[in-house]
Write a new protein. Sequence first.
Length: 318
Amino acid sequence: MSRPRQTPARLARLKFAATGAASLAMVVVAFQFKLALVGAQNTATSADGFQGVAISRNKDAEARSARDAAPGVPRLPRSTRTDAHGFLRAEGLTVRELIRDAYGFRERAANDVVGGPAWIDEERYDVVARAEGGLGQSGLAGLSTDAERRLQTLLARHFGVEVVTQSSRRQIFEMMARRDPIMGRGIKVADGTCVGLYGRMPSTKPSTLGPKRPVPRCPFRLTDEMLVAGNITLEDLARLLQLFPSIGTTVVNRTTLKESYDVILRYRLADGKEHRNDANPWPTIVQALDAQLGLRLVSRQALVETLFINEVSRPASR
C-alpha cells in the first residue's frame, strides 16, 4: 500500500493537531494541579483553628457609616456571627468592633475598650472564616467561648492585635427600682408571646392544637427620641443604656426583679447632649427612666475591668 503524499497543507494540519493535543494535555495537568492545591488549602487547618480565612476592606460600609453618622444617637453595635456549619462572618466591622466581639465586650460601654490608632474606628472589614468542627450559633449578646478564642487568635495573626485587661476606678451607674412591683406608664410585664431583642423566648407555651407557627419577633426601636423594646429583662435594659453616649459608662442592674417587660421610653437627644425646652418637651434619658419606668440611675465610683489595645496593624494586602 502506497503512503499518502505529504503535501504542505497536510503537514500543516498534522502539526496543528499535534500542537493542540500537547496544549490540551498541559491545560489538564495544570487544572489537576490547581485542584490539588485548592484541596490542600481547604483541608489544612491554620494556627487560629480555621481551615480558610478571607479578609477584605469594605469601603461601601465606610461610606454608609459616614453618611448615617448621627452624634449622640445610640446604635446597636455591628457584630460577628457564627453558625452551626462552622462559619464565622463579619460584614463591615471596624477592628475595634472585632476586638470587642473577640473578648466578650460587645455590649460594654464605649470607654471599656481603649487605645489603638484612629483607623481602627474608621476602616471597615469583611471577614469570612470556616472552623473545623463547628462553632455553634451566635446571638446578639455575643459569641460562644470557643468562637471568641478562635477570633482572638485570628486577630493576633492577621491584624497583629495584642491587648491587656486592667482595672481602673471610675464613675458607673447603678440602676435601681423605686418600688417592687415596678410601676410606670412606660413599662408593663410582657405577655411572653414574642421573641425579645436578646433572644428571650416567649414564656407562654405554644398551643398543641393546629399547625405550628413561627414565633414573631418583639417590636424594637431605638432612635434619638424613643426606645421601644418587647420582652426585655432589666438586665438587658441596663446593657442597652450603656450604648447611649450621654450615659457613656457602665450600667449595673441592682434591681432584684426577674420578669421580662415591654418598655416604651420617650426622651430627646441632640448632638450628643440631652436638652429640654419649649420646642422639645421630652425629658433627658435619666429623667425619663425615673418618670416613665420607675427606675433610678445612681452614680458611684467602682473598679471596672477595661480592655487596652497595645498593638494592632492593618492586614497584609490580599
